[in-house]
Design a protein around this ligand. Structure first.
Ligand code: HEM
Length: 464
């Protein structure tokens, strides 16, 4: 066995005989910790980490699960997660909603690795770095109303839906060369209900039977079928194959990796991938900047310079120190995908506590984001943490906004550029203000950490 897979007895072991179960968090009768979890899940995990350490059990209504957290948990999943944990059961339920047994995220082992290789290039940073002009143009198209001279000024803007539209449109065009246009509301509805019922299990299953959900689901599949048909009939050969080109090339092989139904389900990936993740990160980033005017001033100065010679390029974006620090600090303080859902597939001991096969395990990947030993003054929005000599995010297992282990986000490089470019464009073109300087966002976990739809700002075109 390679050295790095040898059990570190202090952290984990395959030996479970006489090892006790993890401590149980005391909650209310019947409700358990349900209310605390509903109001602030990540805050709850951090609080229990301080009280019990890296492993504890939680009961919330009829749900029971074990939480593992801290840098040790992230390192454990990175090293040997595939031996002990699987997300298959959760994600297979989600996959069913798209008419298939498996999606990339529900697979384990060799099949997972093979499918990751198939999708890797399509989801890579390269999908956006050569297409800044188109990406910026889409933002301009979707914000035409905000530039209209007839607009009463300043305009009251609901933040999250605008970002969801921008992000969905960008990823649809970049990765699939097909606009989602009026399918966007269906994609948002489908994703929210399907995820909260099947993966996070926050919503009751009957929602899957509601006609309005079923209609959105059908429309989502209709969009995917249109994308595939359009690519099959198109005479246009893309200079650089996009994600759908790669999927279709695979389907033409003698032994394709994906069945026709799996091909359709994979084609919807680009449209769903950013709706919760990138859109909420952008919304939180705007909020954080509006709460820190001195950071906003730095970022705005930087982005104005970025656009001084027209459309920026990837090198220019990479040099945006304040913008980059702001994006990273947003991912730290507002980690939209703050935990992973798994089942134990074999018995193991972690930090002196036993986890039995079959246990529902939540890997609270982003708890270290809030621990002062890794990020001093963790409640302070500090954009200089991520640059030398501090490099706080480079400590092993401390910074995990994109997950950990075998399923580490495949679109993280693309997402980082998308977030920076979208925010740079908007901050260059518009002046934003909170509705009141004392406004505090009330994040919701539904299913990801979100600003929710009650976050509004005032916006007007910038005057130069
Ligand atoms: C701020 C933005 C994003 C965040 C925070 C994020 C977070 C995550 C996390 C935590 C996972 C792991 C899920 C698990 O292990 O159960 C994941 C997986 C994945 N993400 Fe992202 N994501 C983001 C944006 C994107 C984008 C823009 C794309 C593609 C366009 C993307 C594509 C994927 C894919 C394909 C997987 C599955 C990987 C696998 O199962 O091997 N993500 N993401």
């Amino acid at each position: 066995m390679p050295d790095n897979l040898m059990p570190d007895k202090l952290v984990w072991s395959r030996e479970v005989a006489n090892v006790p179960l993890p401590p149980l968090v005391k909650g209310l009768p019947i409700l358990g910790s349900g209310l605390e979890l509903a109001s602030d899940q990540i805050g709850f995990f951090v609080k229990q980490y301080h009280e019990f350490g890296a492993i504890f059990r939680v009961q919330a209504l009829d749900r029971k699960f074990t939480v593992i957290a801290g840098t040790e948990a992230n390192q454990f999943v990175n090293q040997v997660g595939t031996e002990f944990l699987s997300g298959r059961d959760f994600w297979q339920e989600f996959a069913k909603e798209l008419g298939v047994k498996d999606l990339l995220v529900s697979l384990d082992g060799d099949r997972h690795q093979q499918q990751r290789r198939l999708l890797q290039s399509g989801y890579s940073r390269n999908a956006i770095v050569h297409k800044f002009l188109e990406t910026i143009q889409l933002i301009s198209d979707l914000t035409t109303d905000l530039r209209s001279p007839d607009l009463r000024s300043p305009f009251r803007l609901q933040v999250l839906p605008l970002f969801q539209k921008i992000v969905c449109e960008q990823l649809g065009m970049l990765l699939a060369d097909c606009s989602p246009s009026d399918y966007c509301d269906d994609l948002v509805k489908f994703l929210n209900i399907a995820l909260t019922v099947t993966v996070t299990q926050q919503s009751p299953a009957f929602l899957l039977w509601k006609p309005s959900y079923k209609r959105s689901r059908q429309r989502v599949l209709e969009l995917a079928r249109t994308v595939i048909a359009k690519h099959r009939h198109s005479q246009v050969k893309h200079e650089k194959p996009n994600l759908i080109d790669d999927l279709i090339a695979d389907s033409q092989k003698v032994h394709p990796q994906l069945s026709e139904a799996e091909l359709i389900a994979a084609a919807i990936g680009p449209y769903l991938a950013g709706i919760d993740t990138v859109a909420n990160t952008c919304a939180f980033m705007l909020y954080a900047l509006l709460k820190a005017p001195e950071v906003m001033a730095k970022v705005q100065q930087e982005v104005d310079l970025l656009f001084v010679n027209g459309i920026p390029n990837a090198e220019g974006l990479r040099e945006m120190r304040a913008l980059h620090g702001t994006a990273m600090e947003t991912l730290r303080m507002y980690p939209v995908a703050f935990a992973l859902q798994r089942y134990a597939i074999a018995d193991f001991a972690f930090k002196g506590c036993r986890v039995n096969a079959g246990t529902h395990v939540i890997v609270a990947t982003t708890v270290p984001h809030f621990l002062p030993q890794f990020f001093p003054n963790p409640d302070c929005f500090d954009i200089d943490r991520f640059h030398p000599p501090r490099n706080e995010h480079k400590q092993n297992g401390a910074f995990a906004p994109y997950g950990v282990g075998a399923h580490l986000c495949l679109g993280s490089g693309l997402a980082e550029v998308q977030i920076m470019l979208t925010m740079a464009t908007l901050l260059h073109q518009f002046e934003f203000a909170l509705e009141s300087p004392n406004y505090k966002v009330q994040p919701v976990s539904n299913p990801v950490l979100s600003t929710g739809t009650k976050f509004y700002v005032h916006v007007q075109k910038r005057k130069f």
